[in-house]
Design a protein around this ligand. Structure first.
Ligand SMILES: *Cc1c(COP(=O)(O)O)cnc(C)c1O
Length: 380
């Protein structure tokens, strides 16, 4: 028997009271009891997104709302500028192409953040771009993109939308949708929201709703206007994922109780502690210039098999971390610090990491080094 610790950048651990809420007996999704729950959740989501706009809820993973963001705001043949600095940037491009939207790729080296000047230049070259797509965190590389700066370039353009995949970002660091003039913001349940996978959320600005009214791309389940109309009556268009919504209410209450500013501060500190610990072990960060507070990506040291590292820490110590994807397979590992992952989970993870590194022949550190380094930040 081994106690497991989940430190992956989605899914993340789910708190006990959220699990309990989801185990309640079923109720009907059109009855008053459920509608009053949806009414509460609706307001809580506005707090989470820092917006006065509606936040729509879909029974899908985050990608469903990403797909809807494309199919609801754009039209066939529209041009979209897509920041591609990892697997999730690629996903925006693939989604756009699937719907016949013309992609202008803005390729960024994996592990680097996009430079706002390059977006500014691209917008000059292509003044008819209808949307700029990016991630808040490119989870495949651990990079945080400069959303606020990018949004400033787009805000004054009546015909261009700023569309952000904040699936890994919302509820971890400050992404004030209204203040920063973000037009479409997407998130999902299994990252910072402390829930199982299965819910996607999306909010649209006034400008985005105006574009949505012109959009001619096909949509059915992810029809935002239909969903918004139903949400006004505290219901979904189809059968609501009742149990997940019951869990969501408890998770959002927990977030409101702690307050976003304190959550942002706490996760930032955990991220700094993790990076400091990694460097104390003599390891290299994969995204040192613009690291996301959501997760830390680390280069696998020379002579160590990266895939074996992830397997060993899981099988021998019960700690789940993530490896690299596609070109980064075997080259990096990723440790999450968001949602219900807290300070001492990180410490446990570091102890297991040290043991695993030693097992695999990387021994050039004194045992406990990473823990001391992390604690110096956490307690500092
Ligand atoms: C996790 C993640 C997604 C995820 O999508 P799912 O459809 O929920 O698997 C998309 N974008 C980013 C940046 C992510 O971190």
């Amino acid at each position: 028997m081994r106690k497991k610790l989940l430190l992956t950048p989605g899914p993340t651990p789910v708190p006990e009271d959220v699990l309990q809420a989801m185990a309640q007996p079923m109720m009907h999704h059109r009855h008053t009891e459920f509608r009053s729950i949806l009414a509460e959740v609706k307001e809580q989501l506005k707090y989470l997104f820092q917006t006065t706009n509606d936040v729509l809820i879909f029974a899908s993973t985050g990608t469903g709302a990403m797909e809807g963001a494309v199919s609801n705001t754009l039209s066939r043949g529209d041009k979209a500028l897509v920041v591609i600095g990892g697997k999730f940037g690629e996903r925006w491009a693939e989604l756009c192409q699937t719907y016949g939207v013309q992609v202008i790729p803005l390729k960024v080296e994996w592990g680097k953040a996009v430079e706002p000047a390059r977006v500014e230049e691209a917008l000059k070259q292509h003044p008819d771009v209808k949307a700029v797509f990016t991630q808040a965190t490119e989870t495949s590389t651990g990079v945080r993109h400069p959303i606020q700066e990018l949004a400033q370039l787009v805000a004054s353009r009546e015909q261009t939308l700023m569309i952000v995949d904040a699936i890994t970002g919302i509820g971890v660091f400050d992404i004030p949708m209204d203040n920063w003039h973000l037009d479409v913001v997407v998130t999902g349940s299994q990252k910072a929201l402390m829930l199982p996978p299965g819910l996607a959320f999306v909010s649209l600005s006034e400008k985005a709703w105006r574009c949505a009214a012109q959009s001619n791309l096909p949509k059915f389940y992810f029809d935002f206007a239909k969903e918004r109309k139903n949400l006004a009556k505290n219901q979904g268009s189809y059968t609501s994922p009742v149990s997940l919504i019951l869990g969501l209410r408890v998770a959002l209450r927990k977030i409101q109780e702690e307050g976003l500013p304190r959550i942002f501060e706490r996760t930032e500190r955990m991220a700094r502690a993790t990076r400091h610990a990694i460097e104390a072990l003599g390891l290299e960060l994969f995204a040192p210039d613009s690291p996301s507070p959501c997760l830390t990506a680390v280069k696998v040291p020379q002579g160590v098999d990266g895939e074996k590292l992830v397997a060993t820490i899981r099988d021998k110590h019960g700690v789940a971390i993530a490896g690299g994807q596609e070109p980064l397979k075997g080259k990096i590992f990723r440790i999450a610090h968001m949602g219900y992952i807290q300070e001492y989970d990180i410490i446990t993870g570091l102890v297991a990491l040290e043991a695993t590194l030693r097992d695999l022949g990387y021994c050039s550190f004194t045992p406990g080094t990473s823990v001391q380094a992390a604690l110096s930040v956490l307690n500092g």
